[in-house]
Design a protein around this ligand. Structure first.
Ligand code: PMP
Length: 431
């Protein structure tokens, strides 16, 4: 049933596969875990995506996070158009870079100084190098199921597409690259303390997603983030909060504001670029000034701080600051998630739902998911059928159990009702 509604997508995907590995430029987009072929998108408008066969979908992916304001927000588009009139890239400073940096420093508690890059991956790679250079130490603590981009040293038991496609630790990463990466269980305070007791003076940094989105949504248990903060302070290690997904998403000031925990450095991406390629890392001025050209730790980029991308980011953050849509967006999201829970309960399906602000995951797993070990026990076959059933009813979800769903400010009550109705039908069907 699904393919017949999307003949052009099917045909064009065949064509793409001949020249692009797997037909996709990022594996998380492949339908590897859910079957069938990806939907090829023609355009987005507000909360909707339109494919090249003319089908419309309510979008719960939002380009994997950036589109908290929906697609083609008028102010974002006009800001990009204005910037385009002046040129696309100069490789020299512009006012737009300072403007976005000031905005972020104003909104995100830990940011005193910030450096723009082009992706979350670059932000992660650079933040790790900075922490190591600043502390003069090598070891990095990360948590299983967290994803921080495809950085060699962090591609160990990683989440997101790596987890979905069964390669959480990638071939092609030499052992030497990961020898100093210590992988611990998320939310396991005792294990973290023990590791610091043994190796504290060698640990450059702890890097984590303050709310995990990349093994499905997993929340920090009470005390977990506090323990990371305390242990890093006690042992002189840098606390890196990866807010690529949670930044400007779970609160205007990110998870650090929502949970009131101050990291030393945070990584940003997704919403900060409003759909253009932007990543950033920022934090304490004293640490940030260890980067070249003030300090000696090298990090650079031909297109970093690109004016079109900065214009898109500035308009997005200004809209968010002026409208403060977070309380309403969260309420709206809860109306949706309550409906999904009720639908799963009515169908008699084992499930649990985790949410934070405008991100959530419906897990086909009766246990509360607090770690990678528990997330891995999900019924992914059932998820695949859920995904396909929803797609056929015009609801575009992330194509993996191990990802977060995102809502946007454009989502209407009608969209919510449609989505819940679709879920009721599909969950009955697959029970
Ligand atoms: N960190 C987190 C928390 C992410 O969710 C992602 C991307 N999903 C990244 C880093 C990497 O960002 P990018 O894909 O822009 O390289």
């Amino acid at each position: 049933m699904s393919s017949s509604r999307r003949p052009n997508s099917e045909k064009e995907f065949e064509r793409a596969q001949k020249v692009i590995p797997g037909g996709v430029n990022s594996p998380a987009r492949a339908f590897g875990a859910v079957g069938g072929h990806p939907v090829i998108i023609d355009r987005g408008e507000g909360q909707y995506l339109y494919d090249i066969d003319g089908n419309r979908y309510i979008d719960f992916v939002g380009s994997w996070g950036p589109h908290i304001l929906g697609h083609r927000h008028p102010r974002v588009i006009s800001s990009i158009e204005e910037a385009l009139k002046k040129g696309t890239s100069f490789g020299a400073p512009t006012l737009l870079e300072t403007e976005l940096a000031e905005l972020v420093a104003d909104l995100v508690p830990c940011v005193e100084k910030i450096r723009m890059v082009n992706s979350g991956t670059e932000a992660g790679m650079s933040a790790i190098r900075l922490a190591r250079g600043y502390t003069g130490r090598d070891k990095v603590i990360k948590f299983a199921g967290c994803y921080h981009g495809h950085v060699d040293s962090l591609l160990v038991q990683a989440g997101s597409g790596a987890l979905t496609l069964g390669t959480p630790s990638s071939p092609g990463v030499p052992q030497g690259c990961t020898a100093d990466t210590l992988v611990l269980e998320y939310n396991d305070i005792a294990q973290l303390k023990e590791t610091f007791t043994q190796l504290g003076d060698q640990i450059a940094c702890v890097i984590l997603e303050p709310v995990v989105g990349n093994m499905g949504v997993v929340l920090p248990e009470p005390g977990f983030l506090e323990s990371v903060r305390d242990l890093c302070t006690q042992h002189g290690s840098v606390f890196i909060m990866d807010e690529v997904m949670t930044g400007f998403r779970v609160a205007l000031g990110g998870a650090q504001q929502r949970f009131n925990i101050m990291p030393d450095i945070c990584m940003l991406g997704k919403v900060i670029g409003g759909g253009m390629p932007v990543g950033a890392y920022g934090g304490k001025a004293e640490i940030m000034d260890a980067i070249s050209p003030v300090g000696t730790i090298y990090q650079a980029g031909t297109l970093s701080g690109n004016p079109i991308a900065m214009a898109s980011g500035i308009a997005t953050l200004e809209c968010l600051r002026e409208a403060n849509p977070y309380p309403q967006l969260e309420e709206k999201t809860q109306r949706l998630t309550k409906g999904l829970i009720a639908a799963a309960t009515k169908a008699g399906l084992e499930h649990t739902l985790a949410e934070c602000g405008s991100m959530f995951t419906l897990f086909f797993n009766p246990e509360k998911v607090t770690s990678y070990a528990i997330s891995a026990r999900n019924d992914t076959t059932r998820f695949a059928r859920y995904f396909q059933g929803m797609l056929d009813r015009g609801v575009y979800l992330p194509c993996s159990q191990f990802e977060a769903n995102f809502t946007s400010t454009m989502l209407t009550e009608e969209d919510i009702a449609h989505t819940i109705q679709a879920a009721e039908e599909v969950l009955q069907e697959i029970a």
